[in-house]
Design a protein around this ligand. Structure first.
Ligand code: MF3
Ligand code: CO
Ligand code: CO
Length: 258
């Protein structure tokens, strides 16, 4: 299966799905505070997307074993795919919320980092550098570039700052299906991999660890943790390759910031 080039009509639907994912993250932002449980965040997001936005939560029932919730909540040393539970958030926690909405058959997939109360400078730095890694990857996107250019730039920035890049999970093509070709690695060599072409849409979603890159998967079949229990951060955007560069489809309507 080749990488899908979206039509103008499909691109318009992906813009709508992307905006809805970003609006859902804007909606949940004020609820992320000490004392709230990730289960409560899950219920709020589920109800908002189904009842207000008219969307379907793509994570619910996805994969094998079927993912049990409507969002992913990855706390502190959880790298990705954390399952919402009934434990209250506490001051100093760092949390990634990853939402994927389906609107009119198309997927809007985005995630952000959230700070609970006052977070250590060490954790703040990890969050900031991880956002820079995502943006440095996005800035490589233009026709004629290669997927390896993106991965190379991300890993270089992470490693220059003393961090490591998770290799087992990656970005992905996205559209009518949640995970399409290609796999968008967050490490690699310049000039390698497929060539970027206008109309491709994919995510860039680096997972950056404070310690070593190695991970382990919990007995629930989903929760991914750093093996050394160091902190991990992740940000995710959907990106369209345009004729001259890129368009981020999941920019926050609230702040206008990527
Ligand atoms: N949203 C994740 C991604 O960015 C995938 C989560 S799969 C789920 O690709 F089943 F856990 F939701
Ligand atoms: Co994704
Ligand atoms: Co996601």
């Amino acid at each position: 299966m080749a990488i899908i080039i979206k039509t103008q009509d499909e691109i318009e639907k992906m813009r709508i799905a992307g905006r809805l994912a970003a609006e859902l993250l804007d909606y949940i932002t004020p609820f992320v505070k000490a004392g709230t449980t990730t289960d409560e965040l899950n219920t709020l997001c589920h109800d908002y997307q189904t009842q207000v936005q008219g969307c379907i939560p793509a994570p619910l029932g996805y994969g094998n074993p079927p993912y049990p919730k409507s969002i992913c909540t990855s706390l502190n040393s959880v790298v990705c795919h954390g399952i919402p539970d009934n434990k209250p958030l506490k001051n100093g926690d760092i949390l990634n919320i990853d939402v994927t909405v389906i609107k009119d058959g198309f997927h809007g997939d985005s995630s952000r980092m959230f700070c609970v109360g006052e977070v250590s400078p060490i954790a703040q730095r990890l969050i900031k550098i991880t956002h820079e890694c995502m943006m440095i990857g996005i800035e490589k996107v233009k026709p004629g570039a290669f997927f390896g250019d993106i991965g190379y730039a991300i890993a270089k920035h992470a490693e220059n700052n003393g961090y490591s890049v998770v290799q087992e999970f990656c970005g992905h093509g996205v559209g009518r299906r949640f995970h399409e070709e290609p796999q968008v690695l967050h490490y690699g060599q310049k000039g390698t991999g497929a060539e970027l072409k206008p109309g491709m849409i994919f995510t860039i979603e680096p997972m950056i660890n404070q310690g070593k890159r190695h991970i382990k998967i919990a007995a629930d079949g989903w929760t991914v943790q750093t093996k050394d229990r160091s902190l991990s951060a992740q940000w995710e955007h959907e990106v369209l390759v345009t004729d001259t560069g890129y368009e981020i489809l999941t920019i926050s309507p609230m702040t206008g910031e990527p």
